[in-house]
Design a binder for this molecule. Sequence first.
Ligand code: S3P
Length: 455
Amino acid sequence: MTTETNSFSLTSRKSHSLRGETTVPGDKSISHRALILGSLAVGPTRISGLLESADIHSTIGALKQFGAEIERHDDGYWSVHGVGTGGYADPADVIDCGNSGTSVRLLLGAMATTPVTTVFTGDHSLRGRPMRRVTEPLTAFGAQFSGRADGLLPITATGTADPVPVTYRLTTPSAQTASAILLAGLNAPGPTRVIESARTRDHTVRMLRAFGARLDVEECHDGRHLVVTGYAELQPQSIHVPGDPSAAAFLIAAALMTENSDICLRNVGINSTRTGFLTTVNEMGAKLRINETGKQGGEPIADIRVQHQPLRGIDVPPERAPSMIDEYPILAALAASAEGETVMHGIGELRVKESDRIDAMARGLESCGVSIRETENSLSVTGCGYDGVKGGGICETRLDHRIAMSFLCLGLAAHKPITIDDARPIDTSFPDFVELLSSLGGCLGDRDRERVTPA
Ligand code: S3P
């Protein structure tokens, strides 16, 4: 998960304002996919704007073990010399995906239809996350998986030399599962079909097409069919990764909550399968200025201007969950500072993310004096509104980057400082988060030494 061995706490405190203009790091989902598809093309793929975080390094490490050559060049771009579909070699060692669910689930798919064997493992968080959602459909191609009785990592995976194409209906709306099946279908004969009843992020579909695979999307009475035609020959590409809307959400929420704030975020991805958070804050009363500026890497991008604004609580409908699945922790923090109750429905999937995010947010918010109610698949937060969030809590991050960043954002607007017990997980997706927030005026520092970064 991280290069540091010892955990360290971090505190954020009431800040005067957040001001300035910045970019956010490259999109995590798109970065994983650019590397994986690059490894399955023949020849050099060039990637700029790649997210350079712990999760992405997990994918890079794994792909090198499968035989791809991956290098970072001086001007910050990355090259991937792919080995072609079906070209992966047997890894010489166990593949440790650290904290990254996207790495392990997509790579299980990418290797499932090639005759290689490897053991996948991960950190304590990843070893607790469900893998059957990918191993079950991949078994239908002919791949084999063995390991613990509960289906959790570590798993020994053996790809098949004689794959059959698969038709599979998703039982949980998961872009990772859909992507794993499409990647496996690349090296199976004929059409492989994924049927989804709820739309999930579509980066794999867009990028497979850009790499030259035949990928048809059919809107049918029983859902959306994503159909990849196998034995695809992928052509190397030049890709620029847009800014991550999930990373941007932390800065947007921080600026909305912190008085006198006025920030502008440049080149943020606004693919409609990822914009549920923007819709939600809009319904809460935020007036964001979203200026669409074009496309990067086949994805629409925009500059987003955010000013501080008092918000009101709303009901967030369950069907919105796939388009903002990673944004519920920061939404819960934002809801705490809004006026009235925010109810997030249909979010049971949050219980199996990097942590049980419903429980992690609920306990942390309570420690900051915020009232919550939770069920197995919902969370209600009673906002403190004009009175402001009391703060003063010490929040457990539980190896979860999004929990860590959510509480640091809340601390910028709370009466008393908020401390997270372990800041290391932030490296998972947003290594420069603390520096960037500080440069905009956020007061963040080490609680033990009472050192505060000046605004
Ligand atoms: C991701 C899909 C989502 C998301 C994760 C990244 C992806 O997971 O939570 O952070 O890149 O495909 P699920 O597919 O489990 O919903």
